[in-house]
Design a protein around this ligand. Structure first.
Ligand code: ZN
Length: 460
């Protein structure tokens, strides 16, 4: 047995123990809801709750997705997965928003994992009904977006159309022919919209990429002050790296609309041009102002992250996919090298908050695991396992969901915070379910073409 195999075999048992403990802690929806809605689980600065029952990211559907994944090898998890589906369906809002933030799209995202169960045909009626509803709603939402000035929410993974489009592709294989045809229409409409978003537009008298968001469409006063002529967002969760990943993954799944390859090329060229190098290696800024885009100012040390949502891991993943879609292995090599450079650093230097998925260590590890598998990179795989072992040390026997979500408790953002709160968050984006799902993915790989919990995060 070689060293890497020994390492993986030994760690698999440790990972499985942690995963089973997290799964058990999340089994009872009533208990989960009671803890999650406790006052101490509010974001300390905004007062926002970290729980929304029908949300894929911070509610029952994401937890169900994690438990369905566990059920692929042990059916006893189906009871608790189903209990979370029931709890989500019971609170589905009458008016759903676009995407998977809440409502039918969120439950459908969980059912993509159920539809990949190797021995059972789960929810055949519900998944077709939800797919029909979301396909129709998706089409009309995209047509509304097409006529409006671009805002970050138009291509944000959760509140925009990208995650739901990936979910529809992932569940296509399990839909009836008429439902499949409706879903395919919605998928193509989204791809057409995203291709259009990459065309150059006029911004205050200069041509810039079409995902530029002007002053009026900025979300907060801080953003309007920071970007008086608008900006271009580079991240995976809220920026153009998300649509790039979707355009590439869709092409691999057989969906290609007019202009898609050119769009992949122009976005990946732009992202490649944003790459910065420091002593640690390559990194990417979170956002690029109109002034920077036109070369009127130079920002020496732009704000960055080492996370799924923002910074190197998410952007590098999208560029690795783009290299494959374009037949440009040198681009994929640059991206994989950037991922290795993150893992080679001491985790204490990662620009992340705690162990959870979105902007924590689990997001880095999930991306590196997927990239190592897709590109057969054994060096990256070994580094990922070693970093995951370090993550296990953050387990807390007193935490109800085994891992706590770390969030800044002082103003100035994560980079300036000098005090943090530790929340008991159960969900897949910033809670225990996300850490558990990542640990399970490390040692239980997905078959090609199988819908998985991270399809909604554009990682499979
Ligand atoms: Zn985040």
């Amino acid at each position: 047995m070689n060293v890497d195999l020994q390492l993986k075999t030994g760690l698999s048992m440790e990972f499985d123990e942690a995963v089973i403990a997290i799964g058990g802690a999340l089994s009872d929806p009533g208990n989960v809801r009671q803890i999650a809605t406790g006052l101490h689980n509010q974001e300390p600065l905004s007062g926002f709750s970290t729980w929304q029952p029908s949300s894929y990211t911070i509610g029952h559907p994401g937890i169900a997705a994690f438990l369905f994944r566990l059920s692929w090898s042990d059916d006893h998890w189906l009871t608790s997965a189903h209990a979370h589906v029931e709890a989500a369906v019971a609170v589905l809002p009458k008016e759903s928003q676009i995407g998977i933030s809440s409502g039918p799209g969120a439950v459908l995202a969980a059912l993509t994992v159920a539809a990949s169960h190797p021995r059972r045909d789960l929810y055949p009626l519900l998944r077709n009904r939800l797919a029909d509803w979301t396909s129709e709603h998706h089409l009309s939402s995209i047509s509304v977006l097409s006529g409006k000035p671009v805002s970050w929410s138009h291509y944000d993974v959760f509140s925009g159309p990208t995650a739901l489009t990936r979910v529809l592709i992932s569940i296509l294989h399990a839909l009836k022919p008429d439902s499949r045809a409706r879903a395919e229409n919605a998928i193509r409409a989204c791809l057409d919209y995203l291709v259009q978003l990459t065309q150059l537009v006029d911004a205050h008298g200069s041509l810039v990429p079409g995902w530029w968001v002007d002053y009026e469409q900025q979300q907060t006063d801080d953003d309007r002050n920071s970007y008086p002529h608008g900006d271009l967002n580079a991240g995976l969760a809220h920026g153009i790296a998300g649509p790039l990943a979707l355009l590439c993954l869709s092409k691999e799944a057989g969906f290609e609309v007019a202009g898609q390859i050119e769009a992949i090329r122009s976005v990946s060229d732009w992202l490649h041009n944003q790459r910065r190098i420091n002593v640690d290696g390559a990194y990417w800024p979170c956002r690029v102002s109109w002034e920077e885009q036109l070369g009127r100012v130079v920002v020496e040390h732009p704000l960055t992250r080492d996370a799924w949502c923002y910074g190197t891991p998410g952007v590098a993943w999208s560029l690795a996919l783009a290299g494959r879609a374009l037949g440009t292995p040198s681009l994929t090599d640059i991206a994989l090298n950037a991922l290795r450079e993150v893992l080679l650093r001491d985790p204490s230097t990662w620009r992340t908050d705690g162990p959870s998925f979105c902007h924590g260590a689990s997001g880095i590890l999930q991306i590196c695991r997927r990239a190592a598998t897709m590109f057969s990179d054994q060096g990256l795989e070994s580094l990922t396992f070693k970093s995951a072992k370090a993550l296990l040390a953050q387990q807390d026997d007193d935490a109800p969901f085994r891992f706590r979500h770390v969030t800044p408790a002082t103003h100035g953002g994560w980079s300036k915070a000098n005090r943090f709160d530790y929340l008991d968050s159960p969900g897949i984006l910033i809670g225990g379910a996300g850490v558990g799902a990542m640990l399970h993915t490390l040692t239980h790989q997905t078959k090609e073409g199988t819908g998985d919990w991270d399809s909604a995060f554009l990682l499979s």
